[in-house]
Design a protein around this ligand. Structure first.
Ligand code: RTP
Ligand code: MG
Length: 140
């Protein structure tokens, strides 16, 4: 296993409920290190680019509306096997299917308002990190 970086977003449903610290506590307890973090208001263009892979899906408009509905916290997480590990810590997309102790089981409201994003591959992690962070903002 290699030390990896993955990209995380704490989504607007969580920032609105003041859950940033609660989500971060689960991340850190899982052995992942937050090596970059900032709170931002995404523009519609940023959200559309970020989720461009879902452009043709029926929920795309709803997804973009949600992602710009309030501030988000973007993060880079570091750890052994961080990409897969964070997906495990997040839990299933739909909180109804998420395992006990996962972030989405603990905090998510619905399949749309599901509290966190995490990269799904090394390739996407690198692309997503570069969308929000300069190299010198990541301090491992
Ligand atoms: P994410 O990309 O945010 O980490 O989530 P994911 O991989 O678990 O799920 P994905 O299939 O990539 O979907 C991206 C986000 O779109 C919203 N969604 N809504 N209404 C729906 O049926 C539906 N399906 C997906 C969720 O916010 C999901 O996280
Ligand atoms: Mg995804």
């Amino acid at each position: 296993m290699a030390v990896e970086h993955t990209f995380s977003i704490i989504k607007p449903d969580a920032t609105k409920r003041n859950l940033t610290g609660s989500v971060n506590a689960v991340i850190e307890k899982a052995g992942l290190r937050i090596v970059a973090q900032k709170r931002v208001q995404m523009t519609r263009a940023q959200a559309e680019t970020f989720y461009a892979i879902h452009r043709e899906r029926p929920f795309f408009g709803e997804l973009v509306d949600f992602m710009v509905s309030g501030p988000v916290v973007v993060q880079v997480l570091e750890g052994e096997d961080a990409i897969v590990r964070y997906r495990d810590v997040m839990g299933a997309t739909n909180p109804a299917n998420a395992a006990e102790g996962t972030i989405r089981k603990l905090f998510a409201l619905s399949v749309g308002e599901n509290t966190v994003h995490g990269s799904d591959s090394r390739e996407n992690a690198a692309i997503e990190i570069a969308q929000f962070f300069a190299g010198n903002e990541i301090v491992g």
